[in-house]
Write a protein that binds this ligand. Sequence first.
Ligand code: EPU
Length: 314
Amino acid sequence: MTEALPPDATRAWVAKVAASIDGECTEDAPMAPRTSIRVGGPADLLVRPEDPADLVALLSACQAHRVPMSVLGGGANLLVADAGIRGVVVRLPLDFGEESEDGERLVLSGGAPVTRLVQRAQAAGLVGCEFAAGIPGTLGGAAAMNAGTRIGEMKDVVEAVEVATPRGLRLVPRAELGFAYRTCRLPHRAVVTRVVFRLRRGDVAASRAAMEADMAHRRLTQPLGWPTWGSTFRNPPGDHAGRLIEAAGLKGHREGSAMWSDLHANFVVNLGGATARDCLALIRLARARVRDLFGVELELEVRLAGAFAPDEHP
Ligand code: EPU
């Protein structure tokens, strides 16, 4: 997510970037409270661009000054390093970009919470996005990682995404997005500003019932009351990471103040005061045990951001 340190790693570039935009800038912004697992150090500069033109100005300033740039969605699927994040972190406001509705098509802000898709679909008599109920984070982040559950994923309903790059705004059609299980291919240094959804008219009451059933399953099987980033690993083909971690004897295992949940073994929970180092120790242990016992290579679903020490890498 974050690139190499800028050659002139001083406060000067922070001031230059901050001076080039209108949006709100916070230096040394604590990131732990902005992530759902509540772990990690500060970002050099957190920026909330005011509008799409401001965001493009920010991206081109970062490029011109060779400042690393990363994007914070809802912070729901993110592990920030204890040393924090060098460079600029972009966080879009909830109502960034103009939203619209036209028949079966909804255009929604990339900074909006995923729940907005569900609410707007229900209000418009549209169905097809049942999987999105209860997914944390923002629509831009959910599109960028093709978020989903066992009943569907973003690629089922996204027609296009609008992205900002240092060169301006651009609409990327679904065919160019390379959607696959929990991934999507976005242009370099792109920030998802709006998402174009294509839904269909249907039985809204049945849609609501399907959402409630999936959420009831999740409430029973996932540690939703705890600080967590959700699934840690992607499910390997034909199996489930949670089943494998449990079979490796790690359910309830602790490293410092982080624990493999005793409810769902693919969820790390922060018991209070956990560090990124604690979380990464759990990740490394699970990977090694599952590899040794079952010959399966678990791949991370959670994204890492920031300056990790070489011995911390998973
Ligand atoms: N299982 C175990 N032990 C555990 C956890 C699960 O044996 O500790 C077994 C269950 O018994 C079940 C199977 O693993 O047979 C699958 O479990 P579950 O129904 O909880 O689904 P999952 O594959 O673990 C996926 C998504 C979740 C999504 C749920 C429900 C992935 C990586 N995870 O979990 O998505 O909420 O289905 O729809 O695809 C997320 O991506 O962050 C996320 C939470």
